[in-house]
Structures are given as C-alpha cells and as structure tokens.
Design a protein around this ligand. Structure first.
Ligand SMILES: NC(=O)c1ccc[n+]([C@@H]2O[C@H](COP(=O)([O-])OP(=O)(O)OC[C@H]3O[C@@H](n4cnc5c(N)ncnc54)[C@H](O)[C@@H]3O)[C@@H](O)[C@H]2O)c1
Length: 309
C-alpha cells in the first residue's frame, strides 16, 4: 500500500535522522508536521529553528508541511500538535519520535537539571506524543509509531540520563506495541548510528583526536567514528516500518548504521536457581556459591574495581 496522502508527525524533524526520514516520506507523498524548536546540542535556545527550513524543502517536494516550533516535553502541547495534524491533514497516521539532545556528565557530577532536561525531552517527550497520537490511531485502526532508542540503553559512561531515558523508551515502545497492536497500530524502536550534530560535532571530533594522540584508541577506531555513515541511511528503515509491508512487525528494537540493519534479541531469563521444596529461603552462603557458579557462569564484570581509580 502506498503512503500517498498519509499524515505524519516527525519530532526533531528539522535536522538529522528526523529530517532525512521526513524527506523520504515526502517522496512517497506523506504530509508532514515538523516539530522542532531548534536549540543547541544541549537544548539551550538558539535564534533560528530548523523546522522552517525543513518545511520549505518538504513543500518544494509537493507535499503539505507545517512547522511547529514547540517542545515535545510539554504534555498539553503534544496534544495540540496531534490535533493540529488531524485538523490540517485529516488524520494522524505516523508518529516518528526523533527529538533529541544530550547533556553529558559523570553521574556523581550530574545536576538535577541535566538529568531531567534529557529525560523530559527523550522519555517524557516520546510518551507525550505517543499518548496523544494513540487515541486517534486506535480509533482509526491504523497507526505507526517509531521511537528512537540508542545503544546507550545497554549501559554507557557519562550519559546516565540519556541511557536511562533510552531504556525507558524501549520499554515504553514494547508496552505501546502490546496495548495498540490489536487496533492495527504498531510501535518499534530504532537504535541508530549516524553522523549528526548529536554524535559528531566538532567537540566530539576533537575529543576523539585527543584520545587517538594519547594512544587511548586505535587509528581504526578513530577513522570509524569520524567517518560515521550519514543519517539518510536510517530513513529507509523508518519508511519500511511505517509502511503496510511492516503491519506485522511490532514491539521490535532494530539497530541501524549505514548499510547494516540488525534486530535485538527479546529479553529473556537465561538461567535460574531454585529451592526444591519451594518454601525455604536461600541462605547467604548458598547465594554466594550458586550465583557466581550457576547464574553468572559466563559473565564478566563491565567495570571491576581498579587500583588506579
Ligand atoms: N545520530 C546517532 O548516531 C544517534 C544514535 C543514537 C540515538 N540517536 C537518536 O536519534 C534521534 C535523532 O537524533 P539525531 O542524531 O538526528 O540528532 P539531531 O540533533 O540532528 O536532531 C535532533 C533534533 O531534535 C530537536 N529537538 C531537541 N529538543 C527538542 C524538543 N524538546 N522538541 C522537539 N524537537 C527537539 C533538535 O532541535 C534537533 O533538530 C534522537 O532521539 C537521538 O537520541 C541518534
């Protein structure tokens, strides 16, 4: 089925992965609300918004497009954005949550504002938009929700706020999939890797150059980072997941980087210990023996205590 005439909301659609997804959907005749207040990489305000520029490009491709320069972090605003999409384009069929910012800090130095600023845009913003879109999608018995995760959800250094928000987004997406699936609405997460100002601004490049010069990373790793594939490589996966062809793909987490796409395994319980009689509690000594020997038999501590810390 063609996406011609469908209506999409793309948060963070002014730049990076959101913008490249918007361009590919516009090629397929999708009308698009671009939600992007602009702002620096850490969310601090800037004079201009990339949403206007994105809308000009989309309109020049022959589709209808609207710029909304508001933040997804506000619950009521998210509701107004979804209503605007329905009022102007007649429906709300596709929601791509691609808004993002970063405020890196080791956890012992992280301020409450650094924590909540990131969680508000990523996790709360994804909830706010999905929550309001879900009502329309459920009623019309069609909808596609894409959320942006990140490898950071698996554990990161200096990005506890971002990693926690992305883990929350993955869990939220799995819940959306299960609640909305029977109404013809799917929700899937993409963990992308792409050269955008979020991942590869000059500060990041300088940091990797310093690490290379200090012998902390190899030349191969340095080249891999600075030659990261462009965000337009993520857009085809987005366009596939919102299409009719992906009607049965729901609650999944994909990784995408350049010409490679993979899917994460379902989280599962990999080993268990239990007391045969079903009522006696484990003793401390039993746990100290069984957990390392049985449950963690093939495990490596990701950050063991170091003498030079
Ligand atoms: N680029 C990567 O390698 C990578 C890796 C993992 C995850 N991601 C995720 O992909 C998504 C897109 O990131 P990107 O790399 O394209 O970055 P980007 O900075 O190019 O685009 C993000 C856009 O979100 C907008 N934005 C920021 N705060 C907003 C808010 N409150 N409301 C609406 N829009 C807001 C920004 O103005 C920006 O235009 C993000 O969720 C990011 O965390 C990207």
């Amino acid at each position: 089925m063609s996406l011609q005439g469908k209506a999409a909301i793309i948060t963070g659609g002014g730049r990076g992965i959101g913008f490249e997804s918007a361009r590919l959907l516009a090629e397929q005749g999708v009308n698009i609300v671009v939600v992007d207040p602009g702002g620096a990489r850490d969310g601090s305000p800037e004079d201009s918004s990339p949403a206007d520029d994105a809308v000009k490009v989309l309109e020049s491709m022959g589709v209808k497009a609207l710029a909304v320069k508001e933040s997804v972090a506000d619950f009521d605003t998210a509701g107004e954005i979804v209503r605007l999409c329905v009022d102007q384009f007649g429906s709300c069929d596709i929601l791509i949550n691609s808004a993002g910012l970063l405020r890196e800090r080791m956890v012992w130095n992280m301020s409450e504002a650094e924590w909540s600023g990131v969680v508000n845009v990523h996790l709360n913003g994804t909830f706010n938009m999905s929550r309001h879109a879900a009502g329309y999608m459920r009623e019309q018995k069609f909808g596609r929700i894409i959320t942006m995760g990140s490898d950071a959800w698996r554990g990161t250094i200096g990005q506890a706020n971002y990693g926690a928000a992305k883990g929350g987004i993955y869990s939220l997406t799995r819940a959306l999939a299960r609640e909305l699936g029977k109404y013809g609405v799917t929700a899937n997460t993409i963990c992308p890797t792409a050269a955008t100002r979020l991942t590869l601004d000059q500060r990041v490049k300088d940091g990797f150059r310093k690490r290379l010069e200090a012998g902390l990373i190899t030349e191969a790793r340095y080249n891999e980072v600075v030659n990261m594939p462009q965000p337009e490589y993520i857009a085809p996966l987005v366009a596939y997941l919102v299409s009719e062809d992906a009607a049965n793909v729901n609650g999944q987490c994909f990784r995408a980087e350049g010409t490679r796409v993979s899917v994460m395994a379902e989280p599962y319980e990999k080993a268990a210990i239990f007391k045969a009689n079903g009522s006696e509690k484990f003793s401390h000594d039993e746990l100290a023996d069984l957990i390392p020997r049985i449950l963690l038999a093939d495990y490596t501590n990701p950050a063991p205590a170091a003498e030079d810390a």
